[in-house]
Design a protein around this ligand. Structure first.
Ligand code: NAD
Length: 270
């Protein structure tokens, strides 16, 4: 169902890789709610070609940008502003990559070169996106920016490894840049801490099936899906949440504040 919550709004969505991606689900919902979009992803991801299917549905141009590259980001904002004939109202940062996790390196054996790249892609890239927008004055008054994160930033999930540190840094950038952009232009910046979700990035975590089933049993409402996350993004991009900023918002069916559930106890007794 559409409520026209984003009618007249223009947004950039980073990170739609395939139809399971949280960014893909969010682009579909934003389009349904009346937003005009630009889609962006790393050049290597665009070569897969999947994103063109989404672009056709949501009638959006696809503009490549490696989020670690400031020249790419500048070009992306220039082209987006040209396309929109003005600034953007919202941005979704739905990007993550754990190089050590990918290479099978344990937390106690990190390769620091990979680690730096992980932080650059998964965390500092949010600063780079915001800094580029700031320098170009690309976000309209009252705009909204969301980054996707995970509860491993607050509590230890050993197999999440270096991505836990990356998410902690990401959430800190949300608060720090959130302060400056609020004062300058009433722009809101928040992170959504999402339930485990079956996507390419999610599936990269060791033992993901056990992990997602455990979270399901530990959440009074169950795990939040990618589509439900997309709904939440729409609400935060809309004018109904103008005073919410610098927050890490749990979208996890109650997982983050639940100690134990009968479902988990039952499993332990088997
Ligand atoms: N899936 C989960 O369980 C889960 C849970 C909580 C938070 N998240 C977060 O949600 C976000 C989206 O992940 P997803 O689960 O939809 O997986 P996904 O694999 O579909 O999306 C990750 C995206 O990051 C992009 N990316 C990687 N390196 C890039 C670069 N250098 N430049 C530009 N883009 C780059 C990829 O191309 C891909 O589109 C991530 O931040 C992830 O950590 C996921």
């Amino acid at each position: 169902m559409s409520y026209n919550l984003l009618k007249g709004k223009k947004g950039i969505i980073f990170g739609a890789l395939d139809e399971k991606s949280i960014a893909w689900r969010t682009a579909l919902r934003c389009h349904e709610e009346g937003a005009e979009l630009v889609l962006s992803n790393a050049p290597v991801a665009l070569r897969m070609g999947e994103i063109n299917k989404l672009a056709e549905i949501v009638k959006a141009p696809v503009i490549p940008a490696d989020v670690t590259n400031m020249d790419d980001l500048k070009k992306l904002f220039e082209e987006s502003m040209k396309h929109f004939n003005g600034g953007v109202d919202f941005i979704l940062h739905s990007i993550g990559m754990g190089l050590n996790v990918r290479k099978g390196k344990k937390y106690t054996e990190l390769d620091y070169g990979f680690n730096q790249k992980t932080f650059d892609i998964s965390s500092v890239s949010l600063h780079k996106v915001l800094r580029t927008a700031w320098d170009m004055d690309a976000i309209n008054e009252g705009g909204s920016v969301i980054a996707l994160t995970y509860i491993a930033a607050q509590r230890v999930f050993p197999d999440y490894s270096e991505m836990a540190d990356a998410k902690a840094l990401l959430e800190s950038i949300v608060r720090s840049f959130g302060y400056h952009y609020a004062v300058r232009k009433k722009v809101r910046i928040n992170s959504i801490s999402q339930s485990p979700t079956r996507t390419t990035a999610g599936g990269g975590i060791k033992g993901f099936d056990g992990f997602i089933n455990f979270a399901e049993k530990m959440s009074p409402l169950g795990n939040a899906t990618g589509d439900e996350c997309a709904d939440y993004c729409v609400s935060l991009f809309s004018d109904l949440t103008k005073m919410v900023t610098m927050q890490n918002l749990f979208h996890d069916g109650g997982f983050s504040t639940t100690g134990i559930t009968p479902g988990v106890v039952e499993q332990m007794e088997k």
